[in-house]
Design a binder for this molecule. Structure first.
Ligand SMILES: Nc1ncnc2c1ncn2[C@@H]1O[C@H](COP(=O)(O)OP(=O)(O)OP(=O)(O)O)[C@@H](O)[C@H]1O
Ligand SMILES: [Mg+2]
Length: 352
């Protein structure tokens, strides 16, 4: 055993966040983010022993990130340093309060990750290994590292497609989704953006049921539609070999499918919505941790949903990482307020 419940690989970014449009003289908050760090932080908070595999800059920006990783309870033992600049993104709000992102990551040190950076023994012994479509998109060598990790941890990969159209084409994202699915203990596409990628991989009768937002009848119940569409996409990935699939449907909830059946977990109402950045990362990190620690799929997904709904109350990707005690209290308050999802609802995948 490597001693890690969850190993996460990917790129860590500096986050520079302002409350107002970017401009000369505006105040900004500096943080550490990137989907790998956000997911690793959530997994550590959920009680897992977590290691992060990433390449950081050999300068003060890399050191600052390393300190933050340690503060979040994540092991820094598998981090490497390399030549190049730390990737950065700017997050700012427009006059309507909508958040926008500007990335500066082309050729970044994080994107130099390659299979040579992988600690093979630790990966082979880890409970689960988590990687994302962003790692696959930032460079050919980082993509090769994700595929190598899948070979080293067959059936124990957790893959979050996190498709970012500005980084690569949908056809490439779909290829990774389908190629990595057989190695996955859990795969977490979001709906509708990432389930839409699967349109061409679905049988014709099913593909017709994956609507774009524009084709939706606004009068229909959004959660019920999301559940139905998500279950179709989940079935494709499950048949492809993924042991479990959790399709995240934003503020509606999550459809899950595994060896013991499928179901719908409604999103827990967020006590406060400050910034939805990283909700998906918090969900996948928390859920992976609970699976690695032995929870069943329904319980792990329920935990991930409660954690993600708290995470949107903080600014930035890892501005609010809820503790296990906070998540359990929030989940328990939800089930008292609305009652648990019944087995019949779970079996039919019907949102409550
Ligand atoms: N406003 C919200 N209120 C409560 N829960 C939320 C909210 N937004 C997201 N969540 C929870 O977080 C989960 C993941 O969110 P979402 O589906 O937006 O992920 P994503 O599209 O992968 O996000 P990301 O942009 O981080 O990749 C949802 O399934 C839901 O349970
Ligand atoms: Mg996502």
């Amino acid at each position: 055993m490597s001693g890690y419940d969850v190993l996460v690989l990917g790129e860590v970014l500096l986050e520079i966040s302002t409350e107002v449009p970017l401009g000369d003289g505006v105040s900004a908050r500096v943080g550490a983010s990137g989907d790998a760090l956000n997911a690793a932080a959530a997994a550590a908070a959920a009680g897992a022993r977590v290691g992060l595999i990433a390449v950081l800059a050999a300068d003060d920006s890399g050191l600052a990130i390393r300190r933050r990783i340690a503060e979040l309870g994540i092991s820094t033992d598998l981090l490497r340093t390399g030549r190049g600049q730390q990737g950065v993104y700017f997050s700012h709000a427009d006059p309507q309060g909508q958040r926008h992102f500007v990335y500066s990551r082309t050729g970044s040190v994080g994107s130099t990750m390659s299979p040579a950076d992988l600690p093979a023994t630790q990966i082979a012994g880890a409970g689960l290994v988590l990687a994302s479509g962003i790692a696959c998109a930032v460079s050919a060598s980082a993509r090769a590292a994700v595929h190598r990790a899948a070979e080293l941890a067959p059936g124990r990969l957790v893959y979050d497609p996190n498709h970012r159209p500005q980084l690569r084409a949908g056809t490439q994202a779909l290829r990774d989704l389908l190629d990595l699915a057989p190695a996955c203990a859990l795969i977490t596409p979001s709906h509708p953006a990432e389930t839409a990628l699967l349109g061409s991989a679905l049988p014709a009768d099913v593909a017709g049921g994956l609507p774009s937002d524009a084709s939706r009848d606004a009068s229909r119940d959004a959660s019920r539609d999301a559940s139905r569409d998500a279950s179709r996409a989940a079935a494709v990935l499950h048949r492809r070999g993924a042991r479990a699939v959790a399709v995240t449907c934003g503020a509606s909830g999550v459809h899950y499918e595994g060896a013991l059946g499928s179901g719908w977990v409604p999103a827990a109402p967020a006590p406060s919505v400050v910034d939805q950045t990283g909700a998906g990362d918090c969900f996948v990190g928390s859920t992976a941790a609970r699976l690695a620690l032995g929870d069943d799929l329904r319980t792990a997904v329920g935990y991930g949903v409660a954690a993600a709904s708290l995470s949107v109350g903080g600014r930035g990707g890892s501005g609010l990482v809820p503790t296990r005690a906070q998540v359990l209290a929030h989940a328990s308050a939800q089930s008292h307020a609305h009652g648990p999802v019944t087995p019949a609802q779970q079996a039919s995948g019907t949102p409550s």
